[in-house]
Design a binder for this molecule. Structure first.
Ligand SMILES: Cc1ncc(COP(=O)(O)O)c(C=O)c1O
Length: 407
């Protein structure tokens, strides 16, 4: 018996051949403009140190400026002193600490859901939750621009995946109307789209879901701490907290650490606890991360002014980038893209030149965005000062004119 279609007696093919043939990264390296894995030797603050120079950071998801907050760092230190550096196992077995449970209760209260469950990364939340909920015969509806880990979670499940046009509720409605109503369904959507910075049309989405008896899961990686009167995210922003079935969040952005959570009905969370493979077969979030997030949530609740400052900075930059003549797409959040278009080299060149001028931005090309929509992703922090932002704007004006993107 053989697993191939027939015997082949030539030289065996090396599985690594694709790596030896891979030239994409080298081409950009050879042009001297490689923008990935850049080394930073300081905290994720508004100014970071790169190759001994201070650079204005417009590429971080530290929206509220908490990753280098003295109280957050002190909480992490105290947790290491008490619990050590790791949990040495899965939440499912030996890895559940009292602070995991305390954090889950706090997060559930924070997002106004009955129960929550923490995972070691946000990516693992989406992998584990979507794949265990969407079984054979079920359907999962995804926005075309949903985050990669939503797509991968759906791929891991055994159900049918249906993608609808970005934020196009008429298209979602059309596709849902075609479905066999005996097939259970889930809609999974980003609250704030991570590259474009626009916000899901949640009012229309939850109406469509209700009409078709579908459940709704919102990935609020970029909404938690940022949107809503209390920073509870996209559902709070729209006053629709009772219409969202599952809220997913990550600790790697406003919550100042690494890890993630899912929140929803207790029976559903209990099912996920016993079925999500990325939870069960992976080590628990370490004590320092858990303690950092507990402190970060406390600060978010105590200091709404941080969020207000973030929004002041966001409004300022959105206005000024537009005044300079840049196309910032449909952004409605502290993620503001500067759209470059189909020329990826131009995106790499601009990111390179901006760094030379003292500003860090992330160039984003396909598959993270559609091929004709290469962009520079800029994102803002509550802790940026006007002086930091003006420095960045001056660099954008200079580089934008130099490459002919603005006049
Ligand atoms: C929308 C969205 N979901 C999920 C994730 C994954 O989160 P984490 O960094 O915690 O793995 C990200 C992070 O980039 C994200 O932007």
């Amino acid at each position: 018996m053989t697993h191939t279609s027939g015997p082949h007696l030539g030289k065996p093919v090396d599985i690594f051949q694709k790596c030896f043939d891979f030239e994409d990264a080298n081409m950009v390296r050879q042009a001297g403009m490689y923008p990935y894995f850049r080394v930073i030797s300081s905290a994720q603050d508004p100014l970071v140190v790169m190759q001994g120079r201070e650079v204005v950071m417009l590429g971080s998801n530290n929206y509220l400026g908490l990753t280098n907050h003295p109280e957050v760092k002190e909480a992490a230190r105290a947790a290491v002193s008490k619990y050590g550096s790791g949990c040495a196992g899965s939440r499912f077995l030996n890895g559940t600490l009292d602070i995991h449970v305390e954090l889950e209760e706090k997060l559930a209260r924070f997002v106004n859901q009955p129960a929550a469950l923490t995972f070691s990364t946000g990516f693992q939340v989406n992998l584990g939750v979507i794949s265990c909920l969407v079984e054979r015969g079920d359907v999962v509806y995804l926005d075309k621009l949903d985050h990669a880990c939503i797509i991968d979670g759906a791929r891991l499940g055994f159900g049918t995946v249906v993608k609808y046009e970005h934020n196009d509720m008429a298209d979602l409605e059309r596709r849902m109307a075609l479905r066999d109503r005996r097939r259970a369904s889930l809609i999974v959507v980003d609250g704030v789209f991570s590259m474009e910075g626009d916000i899901v049309n949640l009012p229309a989405l939850v109406e469509t879901a209700a009409r078709h008896g579908a459940r709704v899961m919102v990935d609020d990686a970029h909404g938690i701490g940022v949107l809503g009167e209390h920073g509870r995210g996209t559902a709070e922003h729209f006053g629709l907290e009772d219409k969202v079935d599952l809220v997913m969040g990550t600790f790697s952005k406003s919550l100042a650490s690494v890890g993630g959570f899912i929140a929803g009905e207790a029976r559903v969370i209990d099912f996920i606890k016993h079925r999500a493979r990325s939870l069960i077969f992976s080590a628990a979030p370490p004590p320092a991360s858990v303690a950092s997030v507990l402190k970060a949530v406390e600060i978010i609740e105590r200091e709404p002014e941080r969020r207000h400052r973030l929004w002041e900075n966001t409004r300022y930059m959105a206005g000024e980038l537009k005044n300079l003549g840049f196309d910032t797409g449909e952004s409605q959040s502290p993620v503001i893209p500067v759209i470059v278009g189909g020329d990826w080299n131009l995106a790499f060149l601009m990111a390179y030149r901006l760094q030379e001028e003292g500003v860090f931005v992330n160039p984003v090309v396909a598959p993270a965005v559609p091929p004709d929509q290469a962009l520079l992703r800029t994102s803002y922090m509550a802790t940026h000062t006007r002086e930091h932002l003006d420095r960045a704007l001056a660099a954008f004006a200079k580089v934008g004119r130099e490459v002919g993107l603005i006049s």
